[in-house]
Design a protein around this ligand. Structure first.
Ligand code: PLP
Length: 287
């Protein structure tokens, strides 16, 4: 089956899907995006993702490309037309197509929107979660507005590639104070030897992950002890468990950090339980 993408009002073959060379996403990374998980034929946490999309657009003064409920409709269509039961759906909105010029384009220029979806293997994800992933630290070198989910991901690309070249799957940024901020495309968590879950507060230095928010809801529901506070790389080396969260990975145990074993080198019981329970705390929309 050939894949289908939505590009500025049309459903087109994925192989033919294209935006103009003067799209500001291409020229300036002047755009934002969202990724929702598709799980067992349902799109996960659409309202929360669209709330965050609205916030990102607002922070950058980009208009919605169309009404929010129309965006929601297209998400469903793209998932359905691609027959995705497990995988993800991606939305990107840019400031539109205009002669290359740093200043914002004239008011009549409409934002561009692209929506794509793709399947992924739940079996492969399960196998990865049973093994855990290896993470490598990387100096924080991003702009301070990482709370906006922009497509300007070059630092994340470089940090993740650095991890990959050492056999890792994710990078953890470490700021000037020695604290872990977040992953290249995930939020970072540890469980201390005392059993306390720790993740950095979303006020600065991280993207306010939707998966992170759901896990925080779950943690409270389960009555687990948690602290939202910065933690250092040293503290992470010493932790009983570590894990990352994102729509693309859900809850993924971290078993190695900079080549050092975390805990007993196997996925921890807290991360494993949170992964099992995760979808009970989400909003699920059937497609
Ligand atoms: N942090 C960064 C830098 C990300 O790119 C992502 C997801 O892409 C996350 C955190 C996790 O966010 P979410 O749980 O909303 O997928």
């Amino acid at each position: 089956m050939s894949r289908i993408a939505y590009v500025n009002g049309q459903y087109v073959r994925h192989a033919d899907a294209a935006v103009h060379v003067e799209d500001r996403g291409y020229q300036f990374a002047d755009g934002v995006y969202e990724v929702c998980e598709v799980w067992q034929g349902k799109i996960v946490d659409v309202p929360r993702h669209l709330d965050r999309l609205g916030r990102s657009l607002n922070e950058l003064r980009i208009d919605w490309p169309m009404a929010r409920n129309a965006v929601e409709f297209v998400l469903h269509q793209v998932v359905r037309r691609n027959l995705v039961r497990n995988g993800l759906v991606y939305i990107q909105v840019t400031r539109g197509v205009s002669k290359r010029d740093h200043f914002f384009p004239p008011a009549h220029v409409a934002p561009s929107i692209v929506v794509t979806a793709r399947s992924s293997s739940p079996t492969a994800a399960k196998a990865q979660a049973e093994q855990g992933i290896s993470v490598f630290s990387y100096p924080e070198n991003r702009w301070p507005r990482v709370d906006i989910k922009t497509v300007a991901l070059l630092p994340n690309v470089l940090a993740k590639q650095n991890a990959k070249e050492q056999g890792g799957k994710e990078a953890w940024y470490v700021d000037a104070d020695g604290n872990v901020t977040e992953g290249g495309s995930t939020n970072a968590w540890i469980v201390t030897k005392e059993g306390v879950l720790v993740t950095r507060p979303a006020e600065s230095g991280i993207l306010r992950g939707i998966t992170r928010a759901v896990v925080l809801d779950l943690v409270q529901k389960e009555g687990l002890t948690f602290e939202e506070r910065p933690f250092s790389l040293e503290e992470a080396f010493d932790a009983k468990e570590a894990f990352v969260t994102a729509a693309t990975t859900v809850v993924m145990p971290v078993t190695r950090l900079d080549g050092r074993i975390i805990g007993n080198g196997h996925p921890g019981s807290v991360a494993t339980r949170l992964r099992e329970l995760f979808h009970t705390a989400t909003d699920l929309q059937a497609v």
